[in-house]
Each structure stands twice: as structure tokens, then as C-alpha cells.
Design a protein around this ligand. Structure first.
Ligand code: ADP
Length: 313
């Protein structure tokens, strides 16, 4: 059983280097075009959510895997600079670091190729490092950019030790194994993910609540469906439901809004705040992330979240 005085989060997930080419238009099959510039940006949902937590002042470790290459070194350095504990990242000399190749045209339309690399090799040795750290943690934050078997085993180990499990089911892989749901305390799908997991369209608040209830019926304690600029809805296994409108901000780039939401939510829960307060923290962090360009660079710090929360009281 974890010591409830612990205030420590672990993220078990992916680290990617995003190679972003800005191009006048997307190339056709077989065509070569000239791009305008190349940006090399640290990403991966695991890394982004770890940075979101660390920026909010939560002691956070990430457990994951990179290649023994320059991208791996850069990814680790960036996380350390953001304040994330990185000693449980393995450097694997048999595989390359995870990479996303992204082409973005002037209309904002994109093409993305993700090569999971080391993220796809996450397995037992990584689980062993995770399990040895669970006694110090009170929250484990998971996503689906590493093998599903590893996600399931991590959730099982944390559940057994009384560590709260939060799963952001992105990128969605439906159906999820039915025995995963009862191991999850909080599930945080967006509308598309909720729809694919529940098996029916999620088009508005009402259908989002129905999807949340369906997923609670599979054994999750609390399901929160994030609806972008339309805020969130949630349902609990105890039968309560709720919804909150998004904070009004001028959104310019919604990349990493979901990562910020998960970071804000878990940061508040690690601090012992009640669910509804934690939901506001997640929404404020998500809203602020949309006001800045980029992924990790757009994630807000604690003062910014506090200021937004205070301004709308
Ligand atoms: P994802 O990036 O996973 O698709 P969402 O787009 O649903 O996640 O965003 C997560 C949360 O961030 C939302 O529930 C909302 O609280 C906040 N958010 C996202 N977009 C906006 C927006 N345009 N205005 C205000 N808040 C937003």
C-alpha cells in the first residue's frame, strides 16, 4: 500500500522526437518538394505529460525507453531541464529513439508518420524499474503509445499497491482488453476516443455522458470525456455525473491540450484536492496550452494556472 503522505507522480510512457517540416503544400506520392524549415521538437505523450506535471511543481519521474542516439540524449536532457526525474529512462543500443515525421502546410494541414522505435520495445525491464518506484508514488499516469501489454501490467502493479491509475487512452486502440478497465481509477478520453471505446458516436454533452457511463460500467471509477472548447463531462461508478464549460481563452494551437489537461488534473489530485477542483485544474491547464504554439513549450506553470482559476472565480 502506498503511503498516502506521498506526493509523487510517475509517468510510464513514450518519448518521441518530433521532426516538423513546414512546407508550402503536402507532397504527392512519389513527389519531392522543397520545405521551408525543419524544427526538432521533443514530444511523445508520456514525456509531454511528465513535463506538464513537473511544470506544475509536482515531483515527477518518467519511466520509458529511448535509443542510444543523439535524439535519446536530447529527449532526456529536455526532460531533466523541465524538472522531470529521468533516472528510470533506459537507453537501448539495439533500437532508435521514437520519432514522429510531421509535414505541416501553410493551411495547417499535416501528414504524420510515427516510428515508435524504443517506445515499441518497452517491456519487462521497464516494468521492473517502474515497480521498484511505485512504493514512493501515489499516482501513475499512463497513455497508449507503448505496448498495451506493458500498460496493462503497469496498471495491475499500481492497482495492487494502492497507487491511483490514470489512463489517457490516446492514441485510441479499441477495443481495450476488458480486464484493463477495472484497474483504472480515472480514464480521460477525448470525444473521438470515448466514441471508439464506447462503440457509439459522441457528438455532444449528452452522448459524451452516455459514453462515460458505459465505460464506468466496464469497471473504471471515474471517466472524464474532454470536449475541447466545449469543456468536459464526467461520470463515476458511484452514479454521479457532471459537466463543466471550458475556460474562455483565445485558442491559437490546440496541440498538447489533452496532455496539459492530464497534467493539471493529476497535479491537483497528487496535492490531495477533491475531484471537481482537480477537474478545474486540468481544464485551466488545457485552456492555457491552447494559447501558445507548441507541445511542451505551451504547457503552463503553476502560477499561470492559479491566475486563470482565480480570474474566473
Ligand atoms: P485532446 O487534445 O486530447 O483532444 P481536448 O482538445 O479535449 O483534448 O482538450 C482538453 C481540455 O483542454 C478540454 O477539455 C478543455 O478543458 C481544454 N481546452 C481544449 N481546447 C480548448 C479551447 N479551445 N478553449 C478552452 N479550453 C480548451
Amino acid at each position: 500500500m502506498s503511503d498516502q503522505s506521498n506526493k509523487y507522480a510517475i509517468v510510464f510512457g513514450s518519448l518521441n522526437m518530433d521532426l516538423v517540416a513546414t512546407v508550402p503544400r503536402l507532397p504527392l506520392p512519389g513527389e519531392t518538394i522543397l520545405g521551408d524549415r525543419l524544427l526538432t521538437i521533443p514530444g511523445g505523450k508520456g514525456a509531454n505529460q511528465a513535463v506538464a506535471l513537473a511544470k506544475l511543481g509536482v515531483p515527477t519521474a518518467i519511466v520509458g525507453r529511448v535509443g542510444a542516439d543523439s535524439f535519446g540524449t536530447a529527449l532526456c536532457e529536455q526532460l531533466a531541464t523541465a524538472g522531470v526525474e529521468i533516472t528510470a529512462i533506459a537507453s537501448d543500443d539495439s533500437v532508435a529513439s521514437g520519432v514522429a515525421l510531421i509535414a505541416v502546410d501553410t493551411q495547417g494541414e499535416n501528414q504524420i508518420i510515427v516510428i515508435p522505435g524504443a517506445n515499441g520495445q518497452v517491456g519487462q525491464p521497464d516494468l521492473d524499474r517502474l515497480i521498484s518506484r511505485l512504493p514512493q508514488a501515489n499516482f501513475l499516469l499512463l497513455q497508449l503509445e507503448i505496448p498495451l501489454a506493458a500498460v496493462g501490467a503497469a496498471a495491475q502493479a499500481a492497482h495492487q499497491q494502492g497507487v491511483q491509475v490514470v489512463l489517457d487512452p490516446a492514441p485510441v486502440r479499441a477495443p481495450l482488453p476488458l480486464d484493463l478497465y477495472p484497474l483504472v481509477d480515472i480514464l480521460t478520453p477525448n470525444a473521438i476516443e470515448a466514441s471508439q471505446l464506447a462503440g457509439f458516436p459522441v457528438t455532444d454533452q449528452k452522448s459524451a455522458i452516455a459514453a462515460a457511463q458505459t465505460l464506468c460500467d466496464r469497471g473504471v471509477q471515474t471517466v472524464i470525456v474532454t470536449l475541447g472548447g466545449a469543456g468536459i463531462v464526467w461520470a463515476t461508478a458511484a452514479g454521479t455525473i457532471g459537466q463543466l464549460a471550458a475556460y474562455p481563452v483565445t485558442a491559437i494551437d490546440t496541440v498538447a491540450a489533452g496532455d496539459a489537461f492530464n497534467g493539471g488534473l493529476v497535479a491537483a489530485l497528487v496535492d490531495g484536492l477533491p475531484l471537481e477542483t482537480a477537474l478545474r485544474w486540468g481544464m485551466a491547464a488545457g485552456a492555457l496550452a491552447t494559447t501558445q504554439v507548441g507541445a511542451q513549450a505551451s504547457l503552463p506553470d503553476r502560477a499561470a494556472v492559479q491566475t486563470l482559476l482565480d480570474s474566473v472565480r
